[in-house]
Write a protein that binds this ligand. Structure first.
Ligand SMILES: Nc1ncnc2c1ncn2[C@@H]1O[C@H](COP(=O)(O)OP(=O)(O)OP(=O)(O)O)[C@@H](O)[C@H]1O
Ligand SMILES: [Mg+2]
Length: 376
């Protein structure tokens, strides 16, 4: 899919903007604080109904206005989608081809973007909870019903934890026998989460290994694994019943400890996603540039996987990707994008000089200055 038209009114530092874009690579050049990331944020927001920078949506409205409007025409396999989004201090209203969208989950399968933001660079070194959140979100476009699964699992977990605390604190009516009913539900929903995550990692791994190899010019081997005591570390398919049985056994094994601590010690809420660089945990061995390259490889892998499953490419947004990459790796990135034939990519950069220009003859360049965008 690709973005054909974008209109902004009072979005961040853009008071009024109308642009049409072509397929292929679009390079947005501008000095600091001119509106490069804001433009990517607008494209991301209209395609996902979420910002990659803020939870406070009112920050998206221009400081001297009370409402913001974004509209976009996105071309995809199912024709043109005209999306319009109106944002004020009460929230946002969205229409797709003039049909009102009342739930975010309804929107999930409409369009898709994959975004690299410098904030993503924390992913590999951050807390496991951040990685769980990241990958759960990455799974959603493939299985929108996964959102309900995670929410149900969280709810059951909270209630089971509550009961464990009450048993530990010897609250009246809190008895061990009551745990069994929660265990069954925890295992049922938890196994769904585990399998989704495991399968996602299995699907993304070959892409990640191949793309990282290209980006690093074959110097290192990067891989990814889902780390859970319930799913054996071996690669390949796992059986749902076997997972449930292992979950059950693990819960039984941990039951005394759980009662002592007052919370659930086994389950997908404790698992992690591990990046391995040449047989070592990447967390400990990555250089800054390798880190950036690994995240870029992950984004390109998500892009390739989406194409494999849905039949079309999502729009790819890359914010400030060339900083910290040396010339060779910058070139490798552009080459990879061209070789994958990704339908449309937006890349921001501070200077045109830093961008590897060979083979980029058909790219479109834009200059961003104080909330205006002009083709160059
Ligand atoms: N709600 C808003 N209303 C008006 N201006 C805003 C709003 N939010 C952010 N800005 C301004 O937008 C400007 C551009 O921000 P943006 O993050 O897009 O810069 P950038 O071009 O990506 O710069 P850098 O190269 O430093 O990343 C900043 O000066 C910021 O103060
Ligand atoms: Mg920026």
């Amino acid at each position: 899919m690709h973005l054909r038209e974008l209109r902004l009114r009072d979005f961040r530092n853009y008071t009024e903007l109308y642009l049409s874009f072509k397929r292929g690579i679009n390079i947005l050049i501008g000095e600091n604080a001119q509106g490069k990331t804001n433009l990517l944020e607008a494209i991301h927001f209209i395609n996902t109904l979420q910002s990659f920078r803020t939870q406070e949506e009112k920050n998206l409205i221009n400081t001297s206005a009370r409402e913001a409007v974004i509209s976009a025409a996105v071309e995809g396999g199912c024709g043109t989608k005209n999306i319009s989004l109106f944002l004020d201090d009460k929230g946002k209203r969205v229409k797709v081809n003039n049909r009102k969208i009342s739930r975010a989950s309804e929107f999930l399968s409409e369009t898709h973007v994959i975004t690299f933001s410098p904030d993503d660079l924390f992913l590999i070194k951050d807390q496991p909870s951040e990685r769980r959140r990241y990958f759960d979100r990455a799974i959603l476009p493939h299985t929108p019903s996964y959102l309900k699964t995670i929410n149900r699992y969280d709810k059951i977990l909270q209630q089971r934890n509550h009961l464990l605390r009450d048993i530990r604190d010897r609250k009246k009516g809190a008895e061990k026998g009551l745990l069994a009913a929660w265990d069954d539900q925890l295992i049922e929903e938890g196994a769904r989460v585990l399998l989704k995550r495991h399968n996602f990692v299995e699907e993304i791994r070959p892409f990640l290994e191949g793309i990282f190899k290209e980006l690093s010019r074959g110097q290192k081997r990067l891989s990814i694994f889902y780390n859970s005591p319930i799913i054996p570390a071996a690669e390949g398919a796992v059986d749902a019943d076997a997972v449930k049985k292992r979950f059950q056994d693990a819960l039984q094994g941990a039951s005394e400890e759980e009662l002592r601590y007052g919370h659930t010690l086994i389950g997908p809420h404790r698992d992690d996603f591990q990046f391995i660089l040449d047989d070592y945990d990447a967390k400990a061995t990555f250089s800054q540039g390798q880190h950036r390259l690994a995240i870029l490889a992950l984004k390109l892998s998500e892009t390739a996987l989406y194409k494999q499953i849905s039949g079309e490419y999502p729009i790819l947004l890359l914010d400030d990707v060339f900083s910290e990459l040396d010339e060779m790796r910058g070139e490798a990135l552009i080459e990879q994008i061209i070789n994958m034939d990704i339908e449309q990519v937006f890349i921001t950069a501070a200077k045109k000089e830093g961008i590897p220009s060979e083979r980029m003859g058909c790219s479109s360049f834009y200059l961003i200055r104080e909330g205006t965008v002009s083709p160059i």
